[in-house]
Ligand binder design. Structure first.
Ligand SMILES: [Zn+2]
Length: 178
């Protein structure tokens, strides 16, 4: 595939080297933009789809296209025996891709993809998160697990406090059950 300048899309009907964008729509997952174009020469309309390429650079230095199924395969093992469905995994992979694309980068290190996975995985299942983090961040001792768990507990407490604060906004007369 050859890349032309953004503003010089040839009309497929009369080969006029210019066209006007009449409508742009982002795909649901943010991976592509559909543009409805009109040729100022012959007046006919056509659609182009622009996809932004996203490469994952492996440790070997080799780049490969980002793939959601690779993300899913990467976390599936950590989710074994956990209440995590295929839909959950698909959503996680989508969130990971959206996070990466939101950064606007065309390439990302495989290691960074792992770091990005940790966020949504932690929300999805704490045990799977610990398993994944222990392999991914190469936990070597019980202390590594302890500090990761302590961090999870701390975040859970902060979240619970936030939720309590929200609840008490509405019903200020009610006391917390604790
Ligand atoms: Zn034309």
């Amino acid at each position: 595939m050859t890349h032309r300048g953004r503003n010089s899309v040839y009309c497929p009907f009369c080969r006029n080297p210019d066209s006007r964008v009449v409508d742009s729509r982002m795909a649901d997952d943010g991976s592509a933009i559909r543009r409805r174009r009109q040729c100022p020469e012959c007046g006919r309309r056509f659609t182009t789809v622009e996809t932004t390429s996203l490469s994952v650079i492996k440790r070997s230095g080799v780049g490969e296209p980002f793939s959601r199924s690779k993300v899913i395969n990467g976390v599936r093992k950590a989710c074994q025996g956990r209440p995590v469905s295929e839909d959950d995994l698909a959503l996680l992979a989508q969130e990971v891709e959206e996070n990466i694309r939101a950064s606007g980068a065309a390439e990302i290190d495989a290691h960074e993809v792992g770091l990005i996975i940790l966020g949504p995985l932690q929300k999805l299942d704490k045990v799977a998160y610990l398993r994944f983090a222990s392999v991914y961040q190469a936990f070597e001792s019980l202390e590594d697990f302890e500090s990761a768990i302590a961090l999870l507990r701390h975040e859970a407490e902060v979240e619970a406090k936030g939720a309590d604060a929200k609840r008490s906004e509405g019903k200020s007369s009610e006391k917390s059950p604790l």
